[in-house]
Design a protein around this ligand. Structure first.
Ligand code: GTP
Length: 335
């Protein structure tokens, strides 16, 4: 199954940088040496067995943009699964922003005719360059404007930067929309989490380490640990939008909305990718990680040929050996 993803936005907005970070294990600092994209750069990424992402990184110089809208309209905008439009917040210049919005509207209109079912994601990118105290308001006003200009098309917006975990979260969400039968996977995962009395179970895609699905004990997502609820543990796969993760300073009433770090998956991804790189330099094969902390234990291992699973427990009575055995026994179920 092939899914076409269009990555569009003005020249220098950061399209190739985010692609390099997510799919080629680049570090943010290394993106400064990337050159401008000439016309469209195609790449195919095998993702989860038979799902192939057909990524179109569309160079953003004006001449190319005009070409996509005019002579190449049909070729570019047909059979699209996802449009990711990257808005550059650098300087927040209103003239550049207005120009960007006009280009976005042209792309959206071409998409509505040629791929009416495509999902649309707008990334308000380089949020790190906006003063921290203004991020929330800049984001809110830009999203409001984009929603108005999108005229009936449902759009999903993210504040992103290559310098923190926001880019990782946005891409995990985007990829999530493309995975077939994701609700079955979520059901299996929550059963697995309950069986292991786990605090959290996460399935990652093997090469990018993007989160495909997760199941988190709901009590860990509340500030006091949900101690008032003594019933069976409930699990959730839903992802709360978290100010801290979006790069906004937390508002006082949300300050401690969760006991879990909102950027934990992005950090795990970076850590495992670096570890894998070191292993390959030593001509050694990376297979699994066991961590025994003072208050928790974690186990990360291969689940299927294209995925890893991570199981986190906070109950000291649970042996890591039992978790390992359960991961081994669950493999057939997840194949
Ligand atoms: P074209 O290929 O011309 O369409 O440009 P592009 O959209 O692919 O831009 P590219 O990825 O080449 O990035 C341009 C510059 O922006 C690079 O120097 C990146 O390091 C920088 N950049 C990308 N993302 C971010 C970000 O989140 N924050 C900051 N501060 N800089 C970024």
């Amino acid at each position: 199954m092939k899914k076409k993803i269009l990555l569009m936005g003005r020249s220098g907005s950061g399209k190739t940088s985010m692609r390099a970070l997510v799919f080629s294990a680049y570090k943010a600092a290394d993106t400064a040496r990337l050159g401008q994209t000439v016309d469209v750069e195609h790449s195919h990424v095998r993702f989860l067995g038979n799902l192939v992402l057909n990524l179109w990184d569309c160079g953003g110089q004006q001449a190319y943009m005009s070409n996509y809208i005019d002579s190449k309209r049909h070729t570019v905008f047909t059979a699209v699964g996802v449009l990711i439009y990257v808005f550059d917040l650098v300087g927040e210049d209103s003239e550049e922003w207005d120009k960007d919005v006009r280009s976005y509207k042209d792309c959206l209109s071409a998409l509505q005719t040629n791929s009416p079912d495509a999902h649309v994601f707008c990334l308000l990118h380089k949020m790190d360059l906006v003063e921290a105290s203004r991020r929330r308001s800049v984001y809110a006003s830009r999203v409001e404007e984009l929603q108005k200009k999108s005229e009936g098309t449902t759009i999903h917006c993210f504040a992103t930067s290559i310098w923190d975990e926001t880019i990782y979260k946005a891409w995990s969400r985007i990829i999530h929309t493309l995975i077939p039968n994701v609700s079955d996977l979520e059901r299996h995962l929550s059963l697995f989490a309950r069986t292991n009395s786990a605090a959290e179970v996460v399935v990652f895609e093997r090469s990018t380490f993007l989160v495909i699905s997760r199941s988190t004990a709901k009590n860990l997502l509340s500030p006091n640990g949900g101690t008032e609820n003594k019933g069976p543990v409930e699990y959730t796969s839903s992802d709360e939008d978290n100010d801290e993760l979006l790069g906004f300073p937390p508002s006082s009433d949300k300050e401690s909305s969760s006991q879990l770090s909102p950027g934990r998956f992005g950090k795990i991804s970076q850590m495992v990718k670096s570890l894998r790189l070191v292993c390959s330099k030593l001509q050694s094969h990376f297979q699994a990680i066991e961590i025994q902390g003072a208050t928790f234990a974690a186990y990360l291992d291969v689940l299927t040929p294209n995925t890893y699973i991570m199981v986190v427990t906070t109950d000291p009575r649970i042996e890591l050996g039992a978790i390992k055995l359960n991961v081994h026994l669950a493999r057939d179920q997840f194949e």
